[in-house]
Design a protein around this ligand. Sequence first.
Ligand code: FAD
Length: 304
Amino acid sequence: MKALIVGEYRQGRLQAGTYETLAFAQQLGAEAVMFAVGSDAELPRFAGRLYLADAAACGEYNPAVHKALLLEVIARENPDLIVLCHSSYGWDLAPRLALALKAAQVSEVVDVEEGAFVVPACNAKLRRRIRPQSARTVVTLQAGAFGLTGEPAGSPELERIAGSAAGDVEFAGYEAAEKGEVDLTRAEVIVSAGRGVGKPENVDVIAGLARAFGGELGASRPVVDAGWVDHSRQVGTTGQTVAPKLYVACGISGAIQHLAGMKKSGFVVAINKDKDAPIGEVADVLVVADVLQLAPALTAALQG
Ligand SMILES: Cc1cc2nc3c(=O)[nH]c(=O)nc-3n(C[C@H](O)[C@H](O)[C@H](O)COP(=O)(O)OP(=O)(O)OC[C@H]3O[C@@H](n4cnc5c(N)ncnc54)[C@H](O)[C@@H]3O)c2cc1C
């Protein structure tokens, strides 16, 4: 099996997700060839063939131009799989490619089981297995779902490909998101509230514990979507990626999208009523308790 993995650059920097696409190919035992629109300034650590187009000439984010380049590479390499990150870049480019190739497209793959792609369903409460029937498949990978065994290594064998930014789509640049209440990436301690806190008033209990630790309040997405906490405090794939020394997950189940944002934390404590909650798989300590009882007691002990 051959996988064409699509590397991703943003503002001149190679994105970490590129190595997750490599890990996916590694997990499948597939031969990996890489494509990227980027620059020589930061090449991926990859011992294989890299088709590199110049971002300065092609536009770093230009799905129309990148699609044309990719189709050229696909014609040369004839891969079985084309693998992208499930990022704004990937979810824009993947369906365009799939349509042009008349190939199946599977979005947001989180695992591979018995030869089938596993994707979340029903807001990630369920997992669905998909076995595409087409000869070729385009997949996008959920951030954090695949990790390399060992550090990436090697230098790519470069094949330069030329393209131009001419076309219907023009890359105008990036616009920074509005600054929110807090920059969680700088916090040494984060105490996060999940849906398990039950109601908005209870977020104060978790915020009190965060203050007692001298840290910041974080949150899972449902808590943010409900408007209980500002989006700048959301941890996960559609929030912040954090790596504090201590992360305390309060009433958080441990969905993959949340884990992707916090699994690099130094020490993880999870407080959950359910001893089988998936957060237990990444937690250094899982406290099986009602967080609304434990958090105030812990806060008082820290303050005492
Ligand atoms: C495209 C996409 C992007 C997403 N991005 C993100 C993201 O960036 N961040 C994110 O967090 N999620 C994200 N999600 C949502 C994610 O899939 C989960 O739905 C979400 O993380 C679940 O949040 P939760 O753990 O707070 O809630 P739940 O999954 O409902 O878990 C609540 C937990 O609280 C426990 N509990 C209940 N009561 C108590 C109590 N009194 N004491 C202790 N424990 C209790 C329960 O046992 C349960 O484990 C995304 C989903 C999609 C589809």
